[in-house]
Design a protein around this ligand. Sequence first.
Ligand SMILES: Nc1ncnc2c1ncn2[C@@H]1O[C@H](COP(=O)(O)OP(=O)(O)OP(=O)(O)O)[C@@H](O)[C@H]1O
Ligand SMILES: [Mg+2]
Length: 432
Amino acid sequence: MVDHLGEQFGDYRLTRKLGGGNFGDVYLGEHVKDKTPAAVKVLQERLTHSEDLKEFINEVRILFRLQHPNIVPLLDFGIERDIPFLIMAHAKGTLRQPKGTCLPQDTVVGYIKQIAGALQCAHDLKLIHRDVKPDNILLGPTFPVWLSDFGIVSIAHSSRSLNTQIGAGTVPYMAPEQIQGKPRIASDQYALGVVVYEWICGSRPFKGTAIEIAMQHSQAQPSSLCEQVPRLSSAVEQVVFKALAKDPKDRFTSVLEFAEAFALSVEQSKLRPAHQESEEQWVHEGATHCEDGGIKEAIEASNHALQFDPSSADAYNNRKLAYDNLKRYKRTIGDYDQAIALNPQDAVGYYSRGIAYYELKQYERAIEDYYQALTLNPHYANAYGGRGLCSYYLKNYWQAIQDFDCALWLDPSITWFEFEREDAYSKRGWKP
Ligand SMILES: Nc1ncnc2c1ncn2[C@@H]1O[C@H](COP(=O)(O)OP(=O)(O)OP(=O)(O)O)[C@@H](O)[C@H]1O
Ligand SMILES: [Mg+2]
C-alpha cells in the first residue's frame, strides 16, 4: 500500500500512520491552519471513472446524515489526486482487547447500549453498517464509545476496491447471510453478537482460516459461554445466542431489543439467590431442576457446581442427564468421559456413555462401553440388552440374540429384550 505520510488531504497534512485495514490506511492529520488533529482515512483505490466518483460522493453524503453521539463525527471528505479520503474526529483508541481478555458484564452492558443506539439510528434510515467489530469501535473523548467506518464497505465498493463478497466485511464477525452476499439490517446484530461473545469470554466463537470460519458461521453452534465463564447466567448466554441465530428471522427484531434484553438478563442474574455458596448446594439445585424438567437451569447449576469443584462427579451426572434430555449426545459423552475418569469402577458410567454412542449411531464404540460395563458388573441386564441392540444394527444377529438371551435370563421382566430378540431371529431367518 502506498505511504501518504507528509502529504496533504483536504485541509489536513498527514503526520503519523495510525493503522491500516481492509479498505485503506488511517493517518493522524493536522489542520494546516489551526493545527487541530483529525483522523484521515485514505482509501486504497483510485477513482478514475466519473461513475465511481458519483457513487462515492452519493455514499458519503448519506453518511453525513448519520448524526449520533455514538457515531464518530465525519468532518469532511474529498478526492485528492484520484484518491478518495474521509476525515473524521480523532479518537483515543479502539475497543480491541488483547487476546483472551474478558470484560465485566456491566461494562459490556454499557458498550452494547451505546453501539446498539448508533446502529439503530442507521437502521432507521435503512443503512447497514456491514463491518461491526471491536477495531471499528473507538473511544471518543466526550462520549465513551464511537462506532466508526459506517458504510465503509459500500463506499469502498463504490470505489471498486473490492470485488469478493468474503472481503466485504470482516469474516470472524460476519453473519451467514452476509457471507452469502446478502447483508441485511439483522447482519449488524449478528456481528455485534460476535463482539459481545468475545468480550464476555475472551475469544471469538469460531476460529480457523477465513473459509473455515465462514463455514462455521453457516453451520456450527458456538461453544457454550456458561461453560467458559464462571457464574455466567444461562439467560445471558441465551440472549447472545439469539443474536447469533443463523436465520436472521430468529434474531431479535431490532438491535436495540438485543441490547435491552442483554441488559435485563445481566440485571436479573444479579438478583439470583446468593445462597448457593458451595458445590453441594449447586449439585442439589441441579438435581432438583433435573427432576422438575428445568433442563437449562440444571445445566447452569451443574456448571456452577463444577466451578466450585471441577471433580464433582455428581455435577457431571446432573449435567449429562440434562444434555441427554436435550439430545446433545456429544456433550453428554464429554461429561461421561469426565465422570468415568473420576470413577473408573462405575459400570453405570460406561453403560450410560454406551447409550450416548448408540444414539449417535456409533455402534462399535457403544459395544466397547457395554463390554466395559459388563466386565465391571456381569449381572448388568441392560448392558447386555444395549449391546444386543448395537449388534442388531451392525447386522450381527447371532451376537444380538445371544446378548438378548443373557439379558432376559438376568431380568425376564424387561419385555423389550424379547421383542428385539424376535426381530433378530426373523432377520436371521431361523429360530431354534
Ligand atoms: N477516528 C480514529 N481515531 C483514531 N484512530 C483511528 C480512527 N479510525 C481508525 N483508527 C485507527 O486506525 C486503525 C486502522 O483503521 P481501519 O479502519 O483502516 O482498519 P480496521 O478498523 O482494522 O479494519 P476495517 O478496514 O475493516 O475498518 C484502527 O485500528 C485504529 O487503531
Ligand atoms: Mg476501521
